[in-house]
Design a protein around this ligand. Structure first.
Ligand code: ADP
Length: 257
């Protein structure tokens, strides 16, 4: 388990000769063994911040450390879950689950036992020889979760992992994630645009505005124990969070949040 520290992060994209600023002096500290949910309107730079932490964007100003050491993808194991699940269509479910550890050169024969255990906990045991296109969205997401938890990364970065799922499956997958996460407690940044998801999964909630900055950092009063979705406090916090998000997205009326 490693804390993630992002300090004074500034990122711009270059388009032709134009400089497009996206993140401006963003700092975020995610304590070891916690989940930080990052929420904000589309286009505010959430994925960009995640890609920096994943080592995918290298051109930035500021500092990113993992477990107190400067980010280095060669000596650290970083779990990255993209929106689209990141499964290879020509590989079976079992091969896709093994892939994370194999790519990192960490695969050992003894991992096969853990793979089976994870597959059974995720209800994938009968699907291991199938290909991704033979699975539902929720099942594909389970494969992606199995892969990232089998990897046992130092940190976990999730980019709107449940957004392509229908509402019922999304809530089911949030529960599956919580259950797996509670055993491993991997330091996690979870990007989402759903208020409920941020409240349900985030120990901390960072609100990003359209100005490329974090406008607010909230401690989830429920801490590590999830607030039940039917809890009155869940509704109240949801209302508060929507209120904080509103001024930064005029005209959108909180759609999708
Ligand atoms: P979010 O995840 O909050 O939706 P992103 O980090 O994906 O936001 O994008 C932030 C801004 O940067 C957006 O305006 C987007 O169009 C722009 N952007 C993202 N990736 C690139 C890129 N590779 N080149 C140029 N602009 C980009």
């Amino acid at each position: 388990m490693s804390a993630i520290n992002i300090e004074h992060l500034t990122v711009s994209y270059q388009k032709n000769t134009e400089n497009l600023p996206v993140l401006s002096d963003v700092s975020l500290a995610v304590p070891s063994g916690t989940v930080c949910a990052v929420i904000g309107p589309s286009g505010c730079g959430k994925s960009t911040m995640l890609k920096v932490a994943a080592g995918l964007i290298k051109d930035y100003k500021g500092q990113v450390t993992v477990g107190g050491r400067p980010l280095d993808t060669r000596s650290m194991t970083i779990g990255f879950m993209p929106q689209s699940y990141g499964l290879l269509p020509w590989r079976t479910v079992a091969e896709n689950i093994r892939l994370g550890r194999k790519v990192m050169g960490l695969w050992q024969e003894s991992d096969e036992e853990r793979l089976k255990e994870l597959a059974s906990r995720l209800g994938l045991e009968g699907l291991l020889e199938r290909y991704p296109h033979e699975l539902s969205g929720g099942q594909q997401q389970r494969v992606s979760l199995a892969r990232v938890f089998l990897l046992q990364p130092d940190i976990l970065l999730m980019d709107e992992p449940f957004s392509a799922l229908d509402a019922i499956t999304r809530e089911e997958m949030q529960d599956v994630f919580r259950e797996l996460w509670q055993q491993e407690s991997i330091t996690t940044i979870l990007v989402t645009h759903y208020v409920e998801e941020a409240l349900y999964l985030g120990g901390q909630i960072a609100v990003m505005g359209g100005d490329g900055k974090i406008s607010e950092l909230l401690d989830n009063p429920a801490g590590d124990t999830p607030l039940r979705r039917s809890d009155e406090r869940f509704f109240q916090l949801g209302r508060q969070l929507r209120q904080k998000l509103k001024p930064q997205q005029p005209g959108r009326g909180g759609e999708g949040l």
